[in-house]
Ligand binder design. Structure first.
Ligand SMILES: Cc1cc2nc3c(=O)[nH]c(=O)nc-3n(C[C@H](O)[C@H](O)[C@H](O)COP(=O)(O)OP(=O)(O)OC[C@H]3O[C@@H](n4cnc5c(N)ncnc54)[C@H](O)[C@@H]3O)c2cc1C
Length: 303
């Protein structure tokens, strides 16, 4: 059997089936089949916030942000599958390193040619643009636990966001680096004032205030049935996605990530499914000793 119900529902299903932290299962009157303390633990996510700038030229999607414009875009998409509706508009993205001493680019960017709330509910004052930015490897860890032994009841989800000092320092760095990018000469013909968080937010305390107000989930929960060695007490699945201590049961979704990926989760989640099916079919690729490229000056320079 293969469980692939997401990093929220896979641990829930395992716990309801008696696989999880013994004491927690006992609290809910569930008979323990395998005491796996790691089930539901190690919950991680990506947080992000957006830095919004006003544009001094009418170059953004704001021209289409009205009933007529939306109607035209929608019609074009419905009839021809073309036009602005054919894109999600997040067409440029990038990764940079936050500081010297970090081996890999640990900050992710997406650029949107409009200043608007992520849920599309409220556009900013006029033409503008924004960067969605966030650190990729937070040290914060949360958990998913059962609220009861009733399968119809939602589990309790606690992310423990921003629970380390480094999380705050990393987000302040994100804001300051984004300001530096938007301050480049290439942006000069278009750059208006900073809408969000706003020029008045400069000191560490002020930036912390802005982060607290504006940071939001990128919807990347993972890690709650983490993979590890069969003798790792905190691991839930072994390197072939088999639930440790149970025969004939695998987990194959984003819950098995030991550590959140350094980028969005959809493709890595699909890869987990592909890799698990290879293991089941006994078709694994030969081992590779390819190394990722690492900037030679990573220890001493941010760029
Ligand atoms: C709003 C939003 C935007 C996102 N945008 C991006 C993006 O732009 N790029 C990106 O890479 N990632 C994005 N993600 C993240 C990505 O979608 C997830 O990380 C990925 O889908 C996780 O895959 P999964 O297989 O672990 O879980 P899921 O994709 O959630 O699959 C779990 C499946 O199990 C089913 N299920 C749950 N419980 C049960 C049950 N009891 N019985 C039977 N079936 C059950 C669910 O219906 C679901 O089909 C986004 C996520 C959200 C929510």
């Amino acid at each position: 059997m293969i469980v692939a119900a997401s990093s929220i529902n896979s641990p829930k299903l395992l716990m309801l089936s008696g696989i999880g932290p013994a004491a927690h299962l006992a609290e809910h009157g569930i008979e323990v089949v395998a005491d796996r303390p790691g089930v539901g633990q190690n919950l991680q996510d990506h947080l992000e916030m957006y830095i919004q700038m006003a544009a001094t030229q009418p170059v953004s999607l704001f021209s289409h942000w009205n009933l007529w414009g939306k109607g035209v875009v929608g019609t074009q998409w419905m009839l021809n599958r073309t036009g602005l509706g054919a894109s999600n508009q997040f067409e440029s993205a990038g990764f940079i390193r936050s500081r010297a001493g970090v081996e890999y680019p640990d900050i992710q960017y997406h650029f949107l040619p409009m200043a608007v709330r992520y849920d599309g509910q409220a556009a900013a004052e006029g033409h503008g643009f924004q960067a969605h930015v966030g650190p990729m490897r937070s040290g914060s860890r949360g958990h998913v636990t059962l609220a009861s032994n009733d399968p119809a009841e939602a589990p309790k989800i606690l992310f423990n966001y921003m629970s380390t000092e480094q999380d705050w320092a990393d987000f302040r760095t994100c804001i300051r680096l984004t300001r530096e990018i938007f301050g480049q000469r290439a942006f000069a013909p278009y750059r208006g004032h900073e809408i969000l968080p706003g020029d008045e937010y400069q000191s560490d305390d002020q930036l912390n205030e802005a982060i607290k107000e504006h940071v939001e989930s990128a919807y990347h929960p993972c890690g709650t049935c983490r993979m590890g060695a069969a003798d790792d007490a905190g691991a839930v699945v072994d390197p072939e996605c088999r639930v440790i201590g149970i025969d004939g049961l695998r987990v194959a979704d984003s819950s098995i990530f030991p550590r959140i990926t350094n980028g969005n989760l959809n493709a890595p989640s699909i890869m987990v499914g592909e890799k698990a099916s290879d293991h089941i079919l006994g078709r694994s690729l030969p081992p590779s000793d390819e190394e990722p490229w690492i900037h030679p000056a990573w220890r001493v320079a941010q760029r």
